[in-house]
Design a binder for this molecule. Structure first.
Ligand code: BT5
Length: 253
């Protein structure tokens, strides 16, 4: 494995413990295994390619070789702060690519980073429990660097940083910026300041949306988010709903 480490990765990682794989089913599983072995807070698993990358609800996440960042960071949060991890991931991605001059950048509730309505990055937070004791959490981030989605099954829904900027990107520099943001924003996890900064980048508020939840679809206006990052939706019949997890689709009517 070491022989194939990409040049410059060690410098970007500094003193941070990390494991890099040319190809792995999912960095989530590697990071969870490492967490169970005692990985410290901030340890990172990275892969050039994932053969079974996953999103929420076990949906597939595509990471072809040489084209994207795929990483999972081991975190040791308080149980009460678990709801903030998706916010941390999405905000860190947005803040790390914003200085590159990406236009139309925003976060779709709760944790998709979009450019011009297309998905640039997805975030997945998972936790490891020992009965009722939280062992730790893993924050997974997939960030498209250079894929061309034209003609693929994600044509019209996904975008890479290179396509958004119209120029090649330095993946190591993006990784460095992302890790810097994750470390800095970690200090805000559990606080109102994190929610405020994340809320300021949300493109969902004030929009008419369909929210698919495990309990079924809700249609209405996305009114606000609360201290946990939950979405408050005013349904067409006037009732208000608090949604902790779900998928949002913008509606034209
Ligand atoms: C997510 O799920 O967006 C979370 C994705 C997390 C991926 C990272 S990569 C590192 C770590 N290791 C893993 O195995 N996972 C994490 P969700 O909101 O459920 O979105 C999944 C949907 O996004 C899929 O059903 C596709 O429609 C779409 N999708 C898949 N690959 C994509 C890509 N590369 N770019 C944009 N959209 C994609």
């Amino acid at each position: 494995m070491t022989a194939r480490l990409p040049n410059g990765l060690a410098a970007v990682m500094g003193g941070r413990p990390y494991r890099w794989y040319p190809s792995v089913p999912s960095t989530m599983d590697e990071a969870r295994a490492w967490l169970r072995e005692g990985a410290p807070h901030g340890a990172v698993v990275l892969a050039d390619e994932q053969t079974a990358g996953r999103g929420r609800l076990n949906r597939p996440w595509q990471t072809p070789p040489g084209s994207a960042l795929a990483l999972s960071m081991v975190l040791r949060p308080q149980p009460s702060a678990l709801t903030h991890l998706p916010l941390l991931g999405a905000l860190a991605v947005a803040e790390s690519v914003a200085p590159l001059g990406v236009t139309g950048l925003g976060i779709k509730w709760p944790n998709d980073v979009l450019v011009g309505g297309l998905k640039l990055s997805g975030v997945l937070a998972e936790s490891e429990w020992d009965g009722s004791t939280l062992r730790g959490a893993v924050l997974g981030i997939g960030l498209n660097l250079s894929q061309d989605f034209t003609g693929s099954d994600l044509d019209g829904t996904a975008v890479s940083l290179q396509a958004a900027l119209g120029r090649p990107v330095d993946g190591l520099a993006v990784l460095g910026a992302l890790l810097t943001q994750l470390d800095a924003l970690w200090a805000l996890v559990g606080s109102a300041a994190l929610v405020k900064a994340w809320r300021a980048r949300l493109v969902t508020l004030g929009q008419r949306v369909t929210v698919s939840t495990p309990a079924g679809d809700l249609i209405g206006v996305a009114e606000d988010v609360d201290a946990d990052g939950a979405l408050w939706l005013r349904a067409d019949n006037g009732t208000r709903h608090r949604v902790m997890a779900g998928d949002v689709r913008l509606r034209s009517t």
